[in-house]
Design a protein around this ligand. Structure first.
Ligand SMILES: Cc1cc2nc3c(=O)[nH]c(=O)nc-3n(C[C@H](O)[C@H](O)[C@H](O)COP(=O)(O)OP(=O)(O)OC[C@H]3O[C@@H](n4cnc5c(N)ncnc54)[C@H](O)[C@@H]3O)c2cc1C
Length: 451
C-alpha cells in the first residue's frame, strides 16, 4: 500500500487503539485512520473514573508487568515514568468462612508445594498432593483438558475449588471446569508435553524463575493516560457509530454503520468482542463467524467504593473468593492497599458475576451496593458508609478460553480474507498485554499482505 492509505478500525477498546497507533507508525502521517465505536468514550473496558476525589480504574486496573508488551508500549509513548508497581501487599483467599494467605509458588492456583495449601485444604488433600508424584501420569502430548479435569484428578476437588477457581474467577470470570489448561497454565501444559512425570513436577518446572520486581503494574493517573496518548499519537478520527457490516468493494473494503454510513478502506482491523464479530464478517468469512460464535463469554459488574480514610481494612491487596458461601462477591481489590493510598479515602473494588450466571446483567445497582456493604462486613467486619460509589457493568466482556481454544482461534484467523484482521481479548489471552500483542499482530498481517 502506498500514498494516502485509508484504514478503518472497528472497535475503540485498547485493541483497536493500539491497532490505530501501529497503523500510524507504519503508514505515516498521510494515512487516514478512522476508529468506529458507538460508546460515549474510547477505551472499551479500560475506563478511569474519579471516586471520592481520586482516580480509579473501574474496568481493568492492572497489567502483568513481567510480560513485555505494556512496559514496551509505555516506553515507545514516552510514558515509562508513569508505570507504577504494587506496594507488595498480597491477596487473601476466602474459603469456608475464613480468610487464608494466598498460596505461594502456584501457576494460576495450581500448587507446586502441598505445604503451601495446608489450612486451605484438609489434611487428606495435602497427603494426596504429597503422594501424587508416585502415581503414574498418563498424558497425551498436545492434550488440552479443562483445568478441573487435570487438577481434580491429580490433587483432588478441594484444590480445584479453593485454590484454582478463585484465581480463574478473577481473570476470566470463569472456573476451572470451563477453562482449558493450555490457556490457564500454558507452561504447565508445555512441561507435561516435555515429559514431566507428574503434575507436581510439571508445575515445579513451569514456575517462572524468581525475579525481583512486582508481577503487576498500573499507570499513574489510570489507564486513561495510555488511552489519551494512543489517541493523540495515532491521529485517529473517531466516528461514534456502531458498525453493522463490512463489504468487499472494488479496490478494497467498505465498512457500513448502523445509519447506513459508508466508510471506504484499503484494509480493516476488527477489534470488537467475539460476540459482535459474526454479524460483521458474515457472509464474507463464514468460518471466522462460526468460530467466533463458539467462544462463550461471561459478564461482570464492578462496585467501586470510596470509604472514609482510616476504615480498618487489612494490609492486603484484596480477597479472592472460593465457592459461593455467604458472600456475593467473587473478588475484592483493596485498591488503596494494593497501589498505595492517595487522598483521604480508601478505594475498594468488588466484582460480581461469573460465567453462566446472570448477576451482572440482572442485579440492580441498589442490590449490588447493599451486597457490597454486606460482603465488606462479612470479610473485614467494617460497616463504614462509603463517601462515594459507582457501579459499572461489563456485559459479555470476558471470553472463556475453553479446551482447544488455540485451534479455534487459528480457524477463526484462517477464515479471514486478505485485508481484514482481528484483534481482541478473545484471541491470544484475555489481559491487556495480550490485547496489545493481538493488535500489533493484526496490523503486521495487514501490512505484510499489502506489500
Ligand atoms: C471487570 C474487568 C476487569 C479486568 N481487569 C483486568 C486487569 O486488571 N488486567 C488486565 O490485563 N486485563 C483485565 N481485564 C481484561 C481486559 O480489560 C480486556 O480484555 C481488554 O480491555 C479488552 O480490550 P478490547 O479492546 O479487546 O475489547 P473492549 O474493551 O471490549 O473494546 C471493544 C470495543 O468495541 C466496541 N464495539 C462493539 N461492537 C461494535 C460495533 N458493532 N461497531 C463498532 N464498535 C463496536 C465497543 O463499544 C468497545 O469499545 C478485565 C476485564 C474486565 C471485564
Amino acid at each position: 500500500m502506498s500514498g494516502a492509505a485509508r484504514y478503518c478500525v472497528v472497535g475503540g477498546g485498547i485493541s483497536g487503539l493500539v491497532a490505530a497507533y501501529r497503523l500510524r507508525v507504519a503508514a505515516g502521517p498521510d494515512a487516514s485512520i478512522t476508529v468506529l465505536d458507538p460508546a460515549d468514550r474510547l477505551g472499551g473496558i479500560l475506563r478511569t473514573e474519579r471516586l471520592g476525589g481520586q482516580l480509579i480504574d473501574v474496568g481493568a486496573e492492572a497489567f502483568v508487568a513481567r510480560r513485555p508488551e505494556v512496559p514496551a508500549l509505555l516506553g515507545e509513548l514516552g510514558l515509562s515514568g508513569k508505570q507504577i508497581t504494587t506496594t507488595g501487599a498480597r491477596p487473601l483467599i476466602y474459603s469456608e468462612g475464613r480468610l487464608h494467605q494466598l498460596p505461594k509458588d502456584t501457576v494460576n492456583g495450581i500448587p507446586s508445594r502441598p505445604s503451601e495449601l495446608a489450612g486451605l485444604v484438609d489434611d487428606a488433600t495435602v497427603r494426596r498432593m504429597l503422594d501424587e508424584p508416585r502415581h503414574p501420569l498418563s498424558w497425551r502430548r498436545g492434550a488440552d483438558p479443562t483445568v478441573a479435569e487435570l487438577v481434580g484428578d491429580r490433587f483432588g476437588e478441594q484444590v480445584v475449588v479453593r485454590s484454582v477457581d478463585p484465581l480463574l474467577a478473577g481473570v476470566y470470570a470463569g472456573s476451572a471446569a470451563t477453562i482449558g489448561l493450555r490457556a490457564a497454565a500454558p507452561t504447565v501444559a508445555a512441561a507435561l508435553d516435555d515429559g514431566a512425570p507428574s503434575l507436581t513436577a510439571a508445575v515445579a518446572a513451569a514456575l517462572p524463575p524468581p525475579r525481583a520486581g512486582s508481577v503487576f503494574g498500573a499507570i499513574d493517573g489510570g489507564y486513561q493516560v495510555l488511552l489519551d496518548e494512543l489517541v493523540r499519537r495515532s491521529g485517529l478520527r473517531w466516528a461514534q457509530v456502531s458498525v453493522r457490516g463490512v463489504h468487499q468493494v472494488a479496490g478494497g473494503w467498505e465498512v457500513v454503520d448502523d445509519e447506513d454510513g459508508r466508510w471506504p478502506a484499503d484494509a480493516v482491523v476488527l477489534a470488537v468482542p467475539a460476540p459482535r464479530l459474526p454479524a460483521l464478517v458474515e457472509p464474507l468469512a463464514p468460518r471466522t463467524a462460526a468460530a467466533a460464535r463458539r467462544i462463550q463469554v461471561a459478564s461482570a459488574a464492578v462496585v467501586a467504593l470510596a470509604l472514609p480514610g482510616g476504615t480498618p481494612l487489612p494490609e492486603q491487596s484484596g480477597v479472592l473468593v472460593a465457592g459461593r458461601g455467604r458472600l456475593h462477591t467473587k473478588a475484592v481489590t483493596l485498591s488503596s492497599r494494593k497501589w498505595g493510598r492517595r487522598g483521604s479515602v480508601e478505594l475498594v473494588r468488588l466484582s460480581y458475576g461469573r460465567f453462566g450466571d446472570e448477576l451482572a446483567r440482572s442485579t440492580g445497582d441498589e442490590d449490588l451496593l447493599s451486597w457490597a456493604a454486606e460482603d465488606l462486613q462479612t470479610l473485614f467486619g467494617v460497616s463504614e458508609e462509603p463517601v462515594d460509589s459507582l457501579v459499572v457493568r461489563w456485559i459479555d466482556a470476558m471470553p472463556q478460553y475453553g479446551p482447544g481454544h488455540a485451534a479455534l482461534v487459528a480457524e477463526l484467523r484462517d477464515g479471514l480474507p486478505r485485508g481484514l484482521a482481528v484483534a481482541g481479548a478473545y484471541l491470544d489471552g484475555i489481559g491487556v498485554p495480550a490485547c496489545v500483542a493481538s493488535a500489533t499482530r493484526a496490523v503486521a498481517a495487514l501490512l505484510t499482505v499489502g506489500r
